[in-house]
Design a protein around this ligand. Structure first.
Ligand SMILES: Nc1ncnc2c1ncn2[C@@H]1O[C@H](COP(=O)(O)OP(=O)(O)O)[C@@H](O)[C@H]1O
Ligand SMILES: [Mg+2]
Length: 345
């Protein structure tokens, strides 16, 4: 076979194939290097270490690979733009006439693979968590309503006095909290069937705002709206989206200090493919520490004493089903900003 054939074979490989001399300088590198933003020419003669993220690899590992022992390891490579990629490196001695003259190897980018694996694992984890939780919720529902009924019968019949009133009330409040968890849980796990229609997102926002009027008034919180002077039409399920907006607003109200303001904005954003109707809810509350941000959509993640951790999981479900998107930006102590985008009409 012609030499050109092997060159093509190497250059078209989806992995980075390389060889270095005894000093660890590139003597060969295939075309794949372009995907890392480098030119072949600029790297030939340069040390392999110039593209490896030296921070993440121990000195020992570097030396071993230069000495030319067969080995496989994971490390990070920084592309020319400075983005780090997780890679698997396989290297082996490069021999010529029985002498080791360098090291050759391949480098495979596994960043995307790892991301997919993680996502799949997350989804599996959430799905089985959801199934388990719904099973339990169904089991709890009936006995719970029986407890509730019997408590109120007993309270009536015994007409308790003094601290006994308090004991009854605590028991009833706890039952109420459990009922809330059960109903939110069933809500969360119910397969969503949307009843889509074109309507004004800001109208639903107004409904959601009036739904939280009482807790706002209680703590002197004002809600300021700016809908860009008009309605913003989107294809949506009214009940579901209103519920999502209420969940988000309630979180903001709960996080807000007394006499603070919550801003609610709406606009239609133009995109080349399709326009999106966007609402933004911004509060001046205690915010979300960075470590928590990645968990806030997980069912049962809550930092509130009487929270269920299902509010945002339900919102996420609803928005996903609308082919919409949700983002939450926040910093500890600096309030939170939630944005939802839905297909505009
Ligand atoms: N606007 C907000 N400000 C501060 N923290 C928030 C906000 N929204 C959500 N969070 C955090 O996310 C967690 C999960 O929210 P959610 O799913 O609605 O459950 P819950 O309200 O029952 O705790 C909350 O416990 C809180 O820690
Ligand atoms: Mg909530």
């Amino acid at each position: 076979m012609k030499e050109g054939f092997f060159k093509k074979l190497l250059d078209n490989a989806s992995d980075l194939i390389w060889a270095v001399d005894m000093e660890g300088r590139f003597i060969y590198i295939n075309d794949n290097i372009k995907e890392w933003g480098y030119d072949k020419e600029e790297l030939i003669g340069q040390p392999l270490l110039s593209i490896l993220n030296a921070q993440r690899i121990g000195k020992r590992e570097t030396r071993r690979s230069i000495m030319g022992i067969h080995q496989t390891y994971e490390m990070e490579i920084v592309d020319k733009k400075g983005t780090a990629h997780k890679v698997v490196v396989k290297s082996s001695p490069l021999e010529e006439d029985g002498n080791i003259v360098g090291v050759m190897g391949i480098i495979r980018d596994i960043t995307e693979l790892e991301r997919l694996e993680r996502k799949l694992k997350d989804e599996e984890r959430l799905a089985s968590l959801g199934r388990l939780a719904t099973g339990i919720a169904h089991e709890i529902r009936n006995p719970l309503s029986s407890v509730k009924m019997n408590l109120s019968i007993l309270k009536k019949r015994l007409s308790p006095k003094g601290v006994d009133v308090e004991h009854f009330e605590i028991a009833q409040e706890e039952v109420f909290h459990l009922e809330k968890i059960v109903s939110e849980l069933l809500d969360y796990a119910k397969p969503i069937k949307l009843d889509l229609q074109i309507c004004d997102l800001t109208q639903l926002m107004d409904v959601a705002i009036s739904a939280v009027a009482a807790p706002c008034a209680e703590r002197g919180i004002t809600i300021r709206t700016d809908y860009d002077g008009k309605g913003h039409m989107a294809l949506l399920d009214k009940t579901k989206i209103t519920q999502a907006l209420i969940n988000i607003l309630l979180n903001s109200v709960q996080a807000s200090p007394e006499n603070s303001e919550i801003f609610v904005g709406a606009e239609t954003v133009k995109f080349p493919s399709s326009d999106r109707a966007r609402v933004v809810i911004r509060d001046q509350g205690y915010g979300i520490p960075e470590d928590n941000l990645k968990y806030i959509f997980d069912p049962f993640f809550t930092t509130r004493k009487d929270g269920t951790g299902l509010g945002l999981s339900i919102v996420r479900n609803i928005v996903d089903n609308h082919e919409g998107s949700i983002t939450i930006e926040s910093e500890k102590g600096k309030g939170a900003t939630v944005a939802i985008e839905l297909p505009a009409r």
